[in-house]
Write a protein that binds this ligand. Structure first.
Ligand code: YH5
Length: 283
């Protein structure tokens, strides 16, 4: 049986898992401003949101303390630690869920694991100095995501010979780097990185060709929730992108994605169930 061992919890990879997004950045735009007061992350509000997502069926929560939006303020090490660690600690104590930490920072990786993190999700694919070594020591699964450029400028002029070839090549290079650092393949997940240095057409081509990444026998994580590719296709503002997001969820599940990273857990769980029922031709 294909499994992902996430510390003290194990995910069955025959299931499709919904990962709830828990932003703990004061400049996050998706929470309507309710999670923060005076630019401070309110722990009780974050935990309440986390609890709701688990009740709605999320089996993974993704805790992120760095905003990777173009133009977002850079976060210092102390800020990131101060945002992420209390949330990881409290969720680990209170909820039955795998805690993913959305970070590129070696110190955050190392400290999160001590407090109960079960997965490392790095939009820089362990490219930062010291990240490979820190991640290797955790014994946790790592999600390697593709990004062209860096968050500040990645959407200025995304350009590829062939986006499918480039994304696949980059991710396979990172898999090799991980293996050289002692991270075995059974700990790795792949993610094409929707919206990270990609035009709408690049994103659509990736979405329509997930089989290219599925060929490598590693679990696939997909994150399109509320992203600008949906805004561009439908001409919708960020708060009106749920139906478009759910369409991409059905397509990703149909193509075998194992983990779906979303803001809207309840709606996504329904779409996952419906899609899986069709694929299995049974309830
Ligand atoms: C991802 O795809 N994304 S953070 C802009 C939006 C909405 C959402 C304008 N971390 C991913 O969620 N980790 C992020 O609307 C991620 N895969 C993985 N593995 C960006 C984000 C977002 C950005």
């Amino acid at each position: 049986m294909r499994q992902l061992v996430c510390g003290n919890r194990t995910l069955n990879l025959a299931d499709t898992h919904v990962m709830g997004i828990l932003n703990v950045t004061p400049d996050s735009f998706s929470d309507g401003g309710t999670l923060y007061s005076n630019q401070q992350v309110r722990l009780d509000n974050v935990i309440r949101q986390a609890e709701g997502m688990v009740t709605d069926g999320a089996t993974i929560l993704d805790v992120g303390g760095e905003s990777t939006r173009p133009g977002a303020a850079t976060v210092t090490l102390d800020e990131e630690l101060g945002r992420v660690l209390p949330v990881v600690e409290k969720i680990a104590l209170e909820l039955d869920v795998v805690i993913s930490v959305d970070t590129s920072t070696p110190e955050v990786i190392t400290e999160s694991v001590k407090l109960g993190a079960g997965l490392i999700n790095d939009v820089r694919a362990l490219g930062r100095e010291g990240a490979l070594v820190a991640a290797a020591k955790t014994n946790l699964p790592i999600c390697l995501m593709h990004m062209q450029g860096s968050p500040a400028t990645m959407q200025d002029a995304p350009s590829y010979d062939d986006v499918l070839d480039d994304v696949e090549y980059f991710l396979l290079q990172r898999v090799k780097a991980c293996e050289a650092a002692g991270i075995t393949k059974d700990r790795l997940l792949l993610d094409p990185g929707f919206g990270f240095g990609k035009s709408v057409e690049h994103n659509l081509r990736l979405m329509n060709n997930l089989d290219r990444l599925k060929q490598h026998d590693l679990p696939l994580l997909i994150g399109t929730s509320r992203k600008s590719m949906i805004g561009a296709v439908l001409n919708r503002e960020v708060e009106q992108r749920l139906p478009g997001s759910l369409a991409t969820v059905a397509l990703a599940v149909m193509q075998g994605a194992e983990i779906i990273r979303v803001h809207d857990v309840a709606e996504t769980v329904d779409v996952v169930k419906m899609t899986r029922a069709v694929m299995a031709e049974t309830v």
